[in-house]
Design a protein around this ligand. Structure first.
Ligand code: FMN
Length: 178
């Protein structure tokens, strides 16, 4: 069985998708990966809009800002992550309210989504360079509900190689202290 670290090494941002549609059941499994993610006070401050077909067209327009993300044109499905209010326990809100827990929670859910997608044979690209207002309008999301990220989701074009990760060395990002 593939180790978790090997799954992490295999997950990479895909910018060349095949035209193959993503099955509804597969999208439901990705929704389940989000549902099972941890969050501060188990607040689960997320709502995911899965966009395919005509809705995907609107999302494509909203993630291509000033020439950004041209590859979205070939991507068949998108998960649009909407931040919902985090309902924290009062003591937690009082002490740690300045932490943007809902955004952290969305980031964690995004990681779970992308790794689950990789495990299912799909490829993803997290998109932060988006026209939030255009997406809100197209999807009927009111302006006070923030769209934080969109995850392009599909099957990679045949023959896509796994790239070596370009990452800082371990010594730079971690130290181990007794
Ligand atoms: C919050 C966030 C926003 C991102 N936004 C974009 C984006 O708008 N367009 C894009 O092509 N990649 C985007 N990426 C992908 C990163 O460029 C990519 O994860 C990083 O370079 C590491 O490469 P890898 O994902 O292939 O390991 C984003 C990633 C994250 C986590």
């Amino acid at each position: 069985m593939e180790s978790f670290l090997d799954l992490e090494r295999r997950r990479q941002s895909c910018r060349r998708f095949s035209a193959r549609e993503v099955e509804r059941e597969t999208l439901e499994q990705l929704a389940e990966a989000v549902r099972l993610s941890p969050s501060a006070c188990n607040s689960q401050p997320w709502h995911v809009i899965f966009a395919t077909g005509e809705t995907a067209k609107a999302v494509r327009a909203g993630v291509q800002v000033d020439g950004s993300n041209p590859f979205a044109e070939g991507c068949p499905a998108f998960a649009v992550l909407v931040e919902e209010p985090a309902v924290l326990k009062p003591a937690v809100a009082e002490k740690f309210g300045s932490q943007a827990f809902a955004q952290i929670d969305l980031g964690i859910a995004t990681a779970h989504y992308c790794l689950a997608a990789t495990d299912l044979g799909l490829s993803t690209c997290v998109l932060g360079w988006i026209d939030e207002a255009a997406l809100q309008k197209a999807l009927g999301v009111s302006p006070e509900r923030r769209i934080r990220l969109v995850i392009a989701t599909g099957y990679a074009e045949a023959g896509a190689a796994i790239r070596e990760k370009a990452r800082k060395p371990l010594s730079e990002i971690a130290d181990f202290r007794d």
